[in-house]
Design a protein around this ligand. Structure first.
Ligand SMILES: Cc1cc2nc3c(=O)[nH]c(=O)nc-3n(C[C@H](O)[C@H](O)[C@H](O)COP(=O)(O)OP(=O)(O)OC[C@H]3O[C@@H](n4cnc5c(N)ncnc54)[C@H](O)[C@@H]3O)c2cc1C
Length: 496
């Protein structure tokens, strides 16, 4: 267990400068991990925990890529079951178990998910799917006290859980349970900080320009330099082809709407609405703890990786509104949407599959130039992906199912923001607020507190106010918040 605020786990500008200097002076690292999303952070932690000397380089900020734009579900894989990929679903259920019980119980909580029944055979199939998911939960060893079992409920109970559901024709619902992460970018930062506690040099704003044959050309703010490496593992998501021309991806854009939960009657369950003409596909409305609900998800093949971050199209947003409205008493209007976000799935190509069916499995591939590429998969399965990759370079047993991340344990269901987001480190922020009461003030009209800005720069590797605002406090998810919140974060940053 890493002590709250343990100096070895702190990421900040000073630590980065010292680690970067050491790397430049040595000109060598045992393991170079490229990419600071969930996969790269997971690989770095795994390799460092097996005793290897690790450097992680990320060309932007931690969680800059897809890892901050997910649906924030740690899921058992209902969709994989629906498409017959029982092995992928079982892997997800096992990883969910590790995350909820040992690795990050402070960040991952159980969330009920409700599938309304308006007749027809879809709900029965969904029920069968949830029962099968329940069986996988049992095989994974997750107790019912952690994830209750699926059950049918009557219409009145369904409306209690999701008050905005269309009541006409509602026969009842099926309620299942899954995992929800407080914030995907926080999970990445927690994994990266834990890797740092095991000795990893975490270097953001360092670009891997070229890798291969035991050597890497890196570029930081002062220019390019070369290091030799015993092992190179790229975890570069949708950018995998840049450093691994032998691997082909078929990226797919997934977009979400952000609405106020009040608009949906403050649901306590995630709503899962089947898309009639596409078997095994759903749209979700997933309530977050602080009054926002994310509605997703599209799945559209995309050729271009620009712009970065990706943007949803007008058609996608209209499609999402239309699909979720089919299950609502009052149609969701354009003005109900207070924010949007999109991410690109790093799907591994299969020329014969339609986009929504392309493999959701992960790929770990040793390339002819000695580089190991890890891509595909999902947030939920990052630990297994890392294990598979590091197994190729280490014969030591993988210890990561037993490693609690910084901040664990804690109470992911707490109403208190600091407890939910910082777990066992929350008292450190509260002490800071006691010393300097102005750190207890909110950042503009957002739920975030000024103390979080200071912690982002001292401990969480944010190098600029924008990085603190976007990927630590997440105060840019609502369009109206963005301008004032970024300005307020800047003010606190300047005084810190
Ligand atoms: C819309 C959407 C919703 C999703 N929802 C879920 C969900 O609810 N649950 C779930 O389990 N999964 C979900 N996923 C899948 C999951 O988000 C991704 O599989 C995962 O985040 C990919 O992480 P990654 O680290 O491989 O890639 P990324 O997060 O993209 O990280 C790659 C990193 O590599 C860096 N990089 C690239 N090239 C270089 C270079 N040359 N040098 C240095 N750095 C470089 C990039 O800047 C980036 O930060 C979702 C995906 C999408 C798109």
């Amino acid at each position: 267990m890493i002590r709250p605020g343990d100096p070895s786990s702190l990421l900040n500008a000073g630590r980065r400068a010292a680690d970067l200097r050491r790397l430049r002076d040595a000109g060598h690292t045992e393991v170079l991990v490229v990419g600071g999303g969930i996969t790269g952070a997971g690989v770095a932690l795994d390799a460092a925990a097996r005793g290897l000397q690790v450097t992680l380089v990320e060309r932007h900020d931690l969680a800059h890529g897809t890892s901050r734009w997910s649906s924030k579900l740690i899921h058992g894989g209902l969709r994989y079951l629906a498409t017959g990929h029982v092995d992928v679903a079982l892997e997800s259920a096992k990883e969910r178990h590790h995350l909820m019980t040992t690795i990050a119980p402070h960040l991952v909580r159980a969330i009920p998910t409700i599938i309304p029944n308006y007749g027809g055979k879809d709900p029965l199939i969904s029920y069968a799917g949830l029962l099968a998911g329940d069986a996988l939960r049992g095989i994974a060893g997750t107790k019912r006290s952690t994830l209750p079992h699926a059950r049918r409920v009557d219409a009145a109970t369904a409306l209690q859980l999701a008050p905005a559901l269309r009541s006409q024709g509602l026969k009842g619902a099926i309620v299942g349970w899954d995992g929800q992460v407080e914030d995907d970018a926080r999970l990445v930062v927690a994994v990266a900080r834990t890797a740092a506690a095991y000795g990893t040099a975490v270097l953001t704003h360092v670009d891997a320009v070229a890798v291969g044959n035991g050597q890497a050309t890196l570029r930081d703010e002062t220019g390019e330099f070369t290091v030799t490496c015993d092992h190179i593992i790229t975890c570069t998501g949708v950018w995998t082809e840049e450093l691994n021309p032998g691997i082909a991806l078929s990226p797919s854009r997934g977009s979400h709407l952000v609405v106020r939960s009040g608009r949906l009657g403050d649901p306590t369950a995630s709503m899962t609405v089947a898309i009639p003409e596409e078997f095994g596909r759903f749209v979700f409305a997933i309530p977050q703890p602080e009054g926002l609900t994310y509605i997703g998800l599209t799945d559209l093949a995309t050729e271009s990786l620009e712009p970065d971050p990706p943007q949803p199209t007008v058609e996608e947003l209209a499609w999402l509104r239309e699909r979720i409205s089919a299950a609502l008493e009052t149609e969701l209007r354009e003005e109900d949407v207070i924010g949007t976000f999109s991410g690109l799935r790093p799907l591994v190509s299969d020329a014969h599959a339609a986009t929504a069916d392309i493999s959701r499995r992960h790929l770990v591939a040793a390339q002819p130039d000695g580089v190991i590429a890890v891509t595909g998969g999902k947030l939920t399965a990052y630990r297994q992906m890392a294990q598979d990759a590091v197994d190729l370079i280490s014969t030591r047993p993988c210890p990561t199912t037993g490693i609690a991340l910084v901040g664990a344990p804690g109470d992911s269901r707490s109403r208190d923001r600091l407890t939910r987001r910082f777990g066992s480190e929350a008292p450190l922020l509260r002490e800071a607020i006691e010393r300097e009461p102005e750190l207890g003030e909110h950042i503009a009209d957002t739920p975030a507190l000024a103390a979080e800005v200071v912690w982002a720069s001292q401990a969480e590797g944010a190098l600029t106010p924008a990085e603190a605002a976007e990927s630590r406090l997440r105060v840019t998810m609502v369009d109206q918040w963005r301008g004032p919140a970024v300005a307020a974060v800047g003010e606190v940053w300047d005084q810190a």
